[in-house]
Design a protein around this ligand. Sequence first.
Ligand code: T4K
Length: 372
Amino acid sequence: MMKASEPIYVTRPFLPPLEEFNEYLEQIWESKKLTNKGPYHELFEKKLAEYLNVKYISLFSNGTLALISALQALRITGEVITTPFSFVATTHALNWNGIKPVFCDVDPATYNLDPKKIEAAITPRTTAILPVHVYGNPCDVTAIQEIAGTYGLKVIYDACHAFGVTLDGNSILNFGDLSVLSFHATKVFTTFEGGAIICHDETTKKRIDFLKNFGFAGETTVVAPGINAKMNEFQAALGVLQLKYVGQCIQKRKDIVTLYRHNLRDVPGITYLEDIPLVGHNYAHFPILIDKDIFDKSRDDVYNALKNRNIFTRRYFYPLISQFPTYRGLESANSNNLPVAEDITQKVLCLPIYPDLDLDIALNIVKEIKIN
Ligand code: T4K
C-alpha cells in the first residue's frame, strides 16, 4: 500500500465556512465586548441548552476547568471513585481539589466504570463517583444512580466525549448531579477550546457561575475562592455557528463507523463495540481492540505500521491514568484491582474519524490494518 501523501490524523476539527464566522467577528469588533457574559455567551448558553435538551448550562473556557469547578460546586472532599480508563484530566481534576482518587475497574462491554465493582471501593471517606462516558458510550446510569442513592454519594459525569448523546430520547447529560462537556479541538463539537457544566436547578447554576468568575456574586461580593474559567465571546460565537452544523457532522461520523464496522467484521483478533440499543450515539471515536494472540500482530505493531504510512492513529487511553507516576502509588492503582482496564489499554487503538475523512481513505486504512 502507498504511503498517504497527506498525513491522516486520528481527528480533525470541523470548522464552519470562514465567511459565516466573519459576520460574528464583525459584531464582536463593533461591540468590543470580548468576555464576561457578553451577548454571544448568553446566546450560546441558551441555544446550547435547547439543542442538548437540558435545563441549565454554564459555559467554561475548557473541560478541565469545568471538571475542577464541578467538584468545587458540590463541595466534594475525601475520596472519589473513578475510572482509570480516560484522559488524564479526569483524575487531575480530583487532584487539583485535594481529593483522593480511588480507581475502580471497567466493564468489558462498554469500557466504562463497572457498577458491579463500585460498592467494594466505597469507604467512610467516599463522597462521590466520577464516571466517564468514554468514547461517548453511556455509562450504566441507572445502576450508578442506585448505588449513589444507597450510599448518599454525588455523581459527576465526565461527559467530555458525550456531546449530543441520548438514552431513550433523553440527553445523557440529564443523569447524575452534574455533567461536564469539553469543546476542545479534538471533540465532536468544538469552540477551539471550551467546556460546560450541566446542572438541574437554578441555585446550583448560580453557584457554578460564581465559581468560574473568581467567586463574584456581585460587584463587591465574593462568595467563594473561584477561578477564572469563563468562556470568551470568540468561543461562544463559534459555538452558536457550530450548532448549525453538528447534526450533519455526526451523520458523517456515523457513515465512517458503518464502513469501519462492515469491513472489520469477522477479522479474527479484532473487536469493536456495536451501537447500544436505545442510545443515540455521536460516534466521537472508533476504538478497536487488537488481540495479538489471534491477530498475530500487536496493537503497537499496527500503530507503528500505520504511522510509517503517514496514518496517525492514537492509543486512547494508554497507559491507564493509574499507571502515571502521580497516581501509581495509590493502593487502587494496583493492576490486580483493574484487570479489565489493564487488558483494554494494551489492545486499544483509535482509528481516524472526523466529518471530512474521505470514505475511500477510511477503506484504505482498513486494508492497511488487514495487510499488517
Ligand atoms: N475528560 C476527558 C474524558 C477528555 O477526553 C478530556 C480531553 C478532558 C476531560 C479535558 O477536556 P479539555 O480541558 O481538553 O477541554 C487531546 C485533547 O487535548 C484533549 O482535549 C482530549 N480530551 C484528549 C482525548 O485528546 P492529545 O494530546 O491527544 O491531542 P493532540 O494535540 O495530540 O491532537 C490529536 C490530533 O487531533 C492531532 O494529531 C491532530 C488533531 N488536531 C488537534 C488539535 C489540538 C487538529 O487537527 N487540530 C488541533 O487544533 O489530547
